[in-house]
Design a protein around this ligand. Sequence first.
Ligand code: ADP
Ligand code: MG
Length: 699
Amino acid sequence: MHPRRPTEIFGLFAATTVLPGVGPKLAATLEKRIGTHVIDVLRHLPVGLIDRRARPGLDDVADGSIATFEILVIKHDKPPPGTRRPWRVICENETGQIDLIFFHARDDYVSRMLPAGERRIVSGRVELRQGRPQMAHPDHIVRPDAPEEMPQIEPVYPLTAGLSPKALRRAIEGAMQRIPRPREWIAPAVMEQKNWPDFATAMDKVHHPENAEDLLPAAPARARLAYDELLANQLALMLVRRAASDSMPGRSFNGTGALTMALVKALPFRLTGAQKRAITEIAKDQTSESRMLRMLQGDVGSGKTLVALHAMLHAVESGAQASLLAPTEVLARQHHATINAFLAPLGMEARLLLGQGRSGSAERRAIMDGLANGDVQLVVGTHALLSESVSFANLGLAVVDEQHRFGVRQRILLGQKGEGVDVIVMTATPIPRSLSMTAYGDLDHSRLDEKPAGRLPIDTRTLPLDRLGDVVARLGSAIAAGRRAYWICPLVEESEKLDVAAAEDRAATLARALPDVKVALAHGKMKSADRDAAMNQFRDGTAQLLVATTVVEVGVDVPEASVIIIEHAERFGLAQLHQLRGRVGRGHDASSCLLLFAPPLSDLATQRLDVMRETNDGFVIAERDLELRGPGEFLGQRQSGMPEFALADLGAHRDLLAIARDQAANMVDRDGAPHDREMADLLLSLFERDSAVRFLASG
Ligand code: ADP
Ligand code: MG
């Protein structure tokens, strides 16, 4: 590789359309799964390799193997027009004969690639038909005088619909030409200890694996890039933290205890130990001079809302206002109802503010006035709370539910709603302790790792899909016995349209099979008003069965629902299955969860379903999830709430995290500004995938 000027780093941030073979159409496909820039293509790593070095004789080739042959083209057996027969090209060499097969071949293509009477090198998967070798659609066809055009060892990349291995490889090879040799950003001590290659060499190596070992997370080139990504992530989190606390110095809220004590006293149950700890941690932050930015993390049903309400009342009894921000209208209504039930004994009430046209305009006006003049102390709402027209007299605390639905931008908007506003972010995604550093960086966090006493475990079973008939029959009797049930339809990887169609079909089949049951349907493509209506029917019992796509995943609370059936459970990740299952087991009844799967199950899917059967503990599940995940899983399988990395494998590279964190700390000065701004910017733009974080961090 020839030396490059440092400015060439910009080549990595060009649009993918600068790459060979990438037009607007392919760029759109790449964007969906890989990204929009050259660097994104480079971050897409191979998961396997094809070794084309084997050159057996045609009389000695194993069925199903990948092999390479030099052959002479004998003749073309072209299908008559209008038939479905494939095009067959008969070839031979000293060791025997082979047929090359093409389905739906374009006329000129096959004849041009394989002129009769000429020799070619072909490589691909061989099949034996009655002992005769054949190869359908060879991967490579090259002239004998240009053998270098065929790779001996070829990396295999995760693909997505509309993306051929060839097109992707060509784009990646093009991207490789643009790799610069930037100044080293990894600390010399780390480089020395690990013996890692530089950035350019590492990129080159990961895309040209020579053996299976090169694909392992521990391979030096892979480890180096993983470290780069973790370093960028840690640096970003440090800078974000600084941006947050710099622009908004905190205030001290010295609660009188009048309301918080009354709240606890009026509870019909005892706080769990974890709730008590979280409440103490939060109250301490509120009282301190610095601004609180705290994550409240707890499994579904661990009682986060109550902890949040306690903090809200602490703000109110200190003379300030408090708000709770929910990601959807359904959740906003639900929190509002829950909170008001807790507040009733205190003679207090929280108001609910939804988007325009969703609350009556007179009521809306009244709430907004109340927020502006301080009469309204407690408010629950959706994004509507962030709109410009909403102002607060004295906002002291903002609680944000389900952080991953809110971007950093919203957090900034929130900061503008008041000075030194304390923020609590509630999330139901249990993140393993070993990962909290990545997920939160310097954010303080409280964990509710204890369930309220008396909760019944959810009975979880697995069943193959061909037993659907039995399942529906049993479901019918459960509903007849007064239970309410969710039926979750899977995500179809490629198309939301198909998901919706599957859910609609399922709802129709179930309605036909269970004529006495009222079935409601909720999916992501519905107007939100219709979806809310369906959810409300299910909540108030008008409908006893809710067929839904994963829209019910986040926090819907219908305590009367005690059955959940998840169709094609093998397609879901562990975190998601756990979130879904958490929709039941919230009331007094024993609940059950049925995981329907389509055999044959992969090893990974089998293990996932086993984990679900074995435990109800979200933290245990998160740890197992981390162990089970590894390279080679297909693209786009998002694990909700988990931090996502392209290069780092959080299971395998866990030990690098602490080193990256130390180095990141050394890269910023006491005030949290980077010593080397240019390098920090470069690192973030290359490796930090969350553009909002990147934006915030680079101020
Ligand atoms: P999360 O938001 O963490 O999923 P919630 O706050 O919705 O959990 O709490 C789930 C249910 O448990 C609610 O009905 C709540 O009133 C109840 N709850 C909260 N804390 C306790 C507790 N310490 N003991 C018994 N029930 C509790
Ligand atoms: Mg404070």
